[in-house]
Design a binder for this molecule. Structure first.
Ligand SMILES: Nc1ncnc2c1ncn2[C@@H]1O[C@H](COP(=O)(O)OP(=O)(O)OP(=O)(O)O)[C@@H](O)[C@H]1O
Length: 358
């Protein structure tokens, strides 16, 4: 395992800046997800770490070794990095065993040794007995397992995964998620996992770097991103965050909290300990933090738009009467009979004042 350190990385294609002063420190053995919308620069970041692209400025270190700068670029095969791509990148003319053992073979490892390590790696990913098959005779999930076994056999200190589950169906995705976690535990490799699926990132990673337009906006554990998003982009991207306008933000009540006025009623929400008193702010709430209340003075007035039965709860889509153009959502027990058009009152049980831009 190795630390991965990115210092002030900048990369442009022609005149377009794709990565803009990116800094990231991944501790040895950490599982980090890089999450962001399409085109924000995730794959470019990964290709720079792997050594497939040269950076314009900044420095990348793997462990203690500087591997990329504007002046030098250690080639990919000298970085001891394992890579798993979305399209598996298996060689179609080779058997499963040959695919898994190929890197060891060309590195000069003897046949007995590469066969032993390949068999062991295949067993770890539950593919024993399938070594003689051709990749074309495997399912998508099995191919991804072979790609994982290939990494495992090479025993890398750093693993990069670029949307490895994107081509798999929902059930396979869930079982492969477990596979990745087990793989990480077993190898202790530092892992960087690229995805645009926030649920996947939350399920897998110790920490998530949220990217937007070539920058890392926030790098934090999943819980912190969900509860304390640094800006509106992160708030909306993680856990279906909803943004509400707040007036009269008063943090004097107790540290880490603030009283805010939202749609004419007062609510206590969480806030940064250095939140200043201000006349206007934006508050992030999640469907789970909004509650129906019987006493209409205890919540803001709202109107039900749609009720969707979700088994464990009903999803209530509604709008605040003070802001009818924006649809909001809360979860209510199935015992609560509501129809579209019903007048309701909604209290904010949990919310977070988004810090003012620094
Ligand atoms: N070789 C290239 N030449 C020119 N532009 C490129 C090249 N590779 C990527 N880009 C552009 O750089 C930007 C970032 O691309 P990148 O693939 O890193 O984004 P991404 O976040 O991985 O997106 P996605 O989730 O869609 O894969 C995009 O606007 C893309 O069009």
């Amino acid at each position: 395992m190795a630390d991965i350190l990115l210092e002030n990385i900048t990369k442009s294609y022609t005149t377009r800046k794709v990565l803009d002063d990116v800094c990231l420190a991944v501790k040895a053995g950490d599982f980090v997800a890089v999450l962001g919308p399409s085109g924000c620069g995730k794959t470019t970041l990964l290709r720079l770490i792997a050594g497939f692209e040269k950076l314009d400025s900044g420095l990348i270190r793997l462990g203690d070794v500087p591997v990329s700068s504007s002046r030098f670029n250690v080639p990919p095969e000298k970085r001891n990095i394992g890579i798993v791509f979305q399209n598996y990148a298996l060689w179609p003319h080779m058997s499963v065993m040959e695919n898994v053992g190929y890197a060891l073979k060309i590195a000069g490892v003897g046949k007995a040794e590469w066969t032993r390590r390949s068999l062991e790696a295949l067993a770890v990913v539950g593919m024993e007995g399938l070594g003689e098959r051709a990749p074309s005779d495997l399912s998508g999930g099995q191919r991804q397992r072979v790609a994982l076994a290939r990494c495992l056999a090479a025993n890398p200190t750093v693993m990069l995964l670029d949307e490895p589950l994107a081509n798999l169906d929902v059930h396979l995705r869930a079982s492969m998620e477990n596979e990745f976690v087990a793989f990480h535990r077993r190898t202790g490799a530092s892992m960087i996992y690229i995805t645009h699926d926030q649920a996947e990132a939350m399920a897998l990673a110790d920490r998530i770097a949220v990217m937007d337009a070539g920058r890392i906006v926030q790098f934090a554990p999943p819980r912190e991103l969900y509860r304390e998003p640094r800006n509106e982009m992160v708030a909306r991207f993680i856990g279906n965050g909803l943004i509400l306008p707040a007036d009269d933000v008063d943090p004097s009540l107790r540290p880490g909290h603030a009283m805010v006025e939202i749609f004419g009623t007062y609510h206590e929400v969480r806030a940064s300990t250095d939140q200043q008193r201000t006349s206007q702010a934006r508050v992030c709430v999640h469907p789970a933090g909004l509650k129906l209340v019987r006493n209409e003075r205890a919540g803001f007035a709202a109107t039900v738009e749609r009720v969707i039965y979700r088994g464990s709860h009903n999803q209530i889509d509604f709008h605040a009467d003070a802001m009818p153009q924006v649809s909001l959502t809360l979860h209510a027990p199935d015992s609560e009979p509501l129809s579209p058009g019903a007048a309701i009152a909604v209290r904010i049980d949990d919310g977070w004042v988004i810090p003012a831009a620094a």
